[in-house]
Design a protein around this ligand. Structure first.
Ligand code: HAM
Length: 419
């Protein structure tokens, strides 16, 4: 029978590699703790309408990339392509806007997008994201960006460039969109098919086109920064000043518009040229209108999400090592059935006291057990046979130093735990 393989665009984390993910996640959780963010957990699938209204019906994510299906009750549900819409839904549904504000949350979640898989681009991928609600001040934009930069620094990642922009409020954007339409309309004969459509539905997306012809036209396109109203310009200036004060390097790129429709004012991306075409390590921004788009009262919001697979790829490509955890403290090697039975109970006693302790489960010879202990990276191996059991001792070998001492079975815990 043919063997079944994993679906395209998904990836297995093998047990021997899981420590890399655990390390990344521990750095992210610790960053959340230090900045005062609490974890949010929410469903993997939502009503499709949440993303249609939240992320925006004209975006690539909603139009082309969602895993949407009818469940057995005939409801249209979608595997989440991102976390922001869900967290906002949670905040509105549970009335969290009425509690202590700002509400600062983070999450580590799998997301699903039907994209063409390649290095750093998967159909199931993982995001660490943060979302802040009820903080309209530029200081919040700076804190969120600083948290992202803190994670990169802690992981030892360098060479990542931060680009920021402001896409203004609805009023600034309406004027800017009109200017974009006017500019690109001169080149209707040259625009690609998709961009001709964007001219009607979503002119900001024109700036994101990867085709060489449309891409070249971008250079002469109007800049959103010339269309910001007084309040939006002031907000952006304060964000820039805040980043300067924090010593966070950035460049202003007036053509960053982001691929999701909920953004307003500050948007940003951290990019790297070390992971091929998938340059964005993470991105985010403000979405002060999203609460209302989802039927709630006005509530400002902002955040970012970073892709864990892209971070790992970047670390691998730039030679950043992830510390491999130590192997088990002790392997209990047993010779004969009596010793095997004692090894099993002794191992459990030692585990209850906190030692990582492994025994043989395959009836191996003593020699094979010692080899196995070495391969597992155990610090010590204790050998138990009938003679040792009669005398209440174990032969304890330090596997790194190849030194052996005799230790009373009762004292194994103390002996190992003080070293
Ligand atoms: P996004 O830019 O669509 O933003 O995705 C954020 C990050 O997720 C990307 O920078 C990338 O690292 C990773 N990512 C996206 N798609 C894939 C994929 N197919 N394969 C691997 N990694 C991927 C958002 O999702 C927003 N919700 C971010 C946000 C939070 N904005 C405000 N709050």
């Amino acid at each position: 029978m043919a063997q079944i393989t994993a679906p395209r665009g998904t990836c297995d984390v093998l047990p021997q590699d899981a420590y890399k993910w655990q390390y990344l996640e521990s750095v992210m959780r610790e960053a959340g703790r230090r900045y005062g963010y609490e974890e949010a957990r929410f469903p993997t699938f939502e009503h499709t309408e949440l993303f249609q209204r939240g992320v925006g019906g004209a975006t690539d994510v909603v139009q082309k990339e969602m895993y949407t299906f009818n469940d057995k009750g005939g409801r249209s549900v979608t595997l989440r392509p991102e976390g922001t819409a869900s967290v906002m839904r949670m905040v509105l549904e549970h009335g969290l806007y009425g509690g202590l504000l700002p509400l600062k949350t983070y999450y580590i979640i799998p997301c699903f997008r039907y994209e063409k898989p390649q290095a750093g681009r998967l159909r199931e991928f993982h995001q660490f994201g943060v979302e802040v609600f009820g903080a309209a001040e530029p200081a919040a934009d700076c804190e969120v960006i600083a948290l992202g930069a803190h994670i990169l620094r802690t992981l030892g990642i360098s060479g990542v460039a931060l680009e920021i922009n402001s896409i203004g409020c609805r009023e600034c954007r309406a004027r800017y969109k009109a200017a974009l339409v006017e500019y690109y309309s001169q080149f209707k004969d040259r625009l690609c098919e998709t961009c001709l459509g964007r001219l009607e539905t979503n002119p900001l997306r024109l700036l994101d086109c990867k085709s060489p012809v449309c891409g070249a036209l971008k250079a002469g396109a109007p800049s959103i920064l010339d269309y910001l109203c007084g309040d939006c310009a002031e907000h952006f200036a304060a964000v820039r000043a805040g980043l300067d004060a924090l010593g966070i390097d950035y460049t202003v790129n007036p053509f960053i518009v982001r691929g999701l429709d909920y953004y307003n004012r500050t948007v940003f991306e951290f990019t790297s040229n070390q992971i091929g075409a998938q340059a964005a390590i993470f991105g985010g921004g403000r979405y002060d209108g999203l609460a209302e788009d989802l039927g709630g009262a006005p509530l400002s919001g902002l955040g970012f999400a970073m892709g864990l697979e892209r971070l790992l790829l970047l670390m691998e490509n730039t030679g950043v090592e992830i510390p491999r955890p130590a192997g088990p403290d002790l392997f209990l090697a047993a010779l004969g059935p009596r010793a095997s039975a004692r090894a099993a109970t002794l191992a459990d006693e030692l585990r209850s006291r906190g030692l990582a302790c492994v025994t043989d489960l395959c009836g191996r010879s003593l020699k094979a057990q010692m080899k196995y202990a070495g391969k597992l990276g155990c610090r010590y191996a204790a050998i138990l046979g009938d003679d040792e059991l009669d005398r209440g001792v174990a032969a304890l070998r330090d596997l790194a130093k190849s030194e052996q001492v005799e230790v009373p079975i009762e004292s194994l815990y103390e002996y190992i735990s003080v070293r």
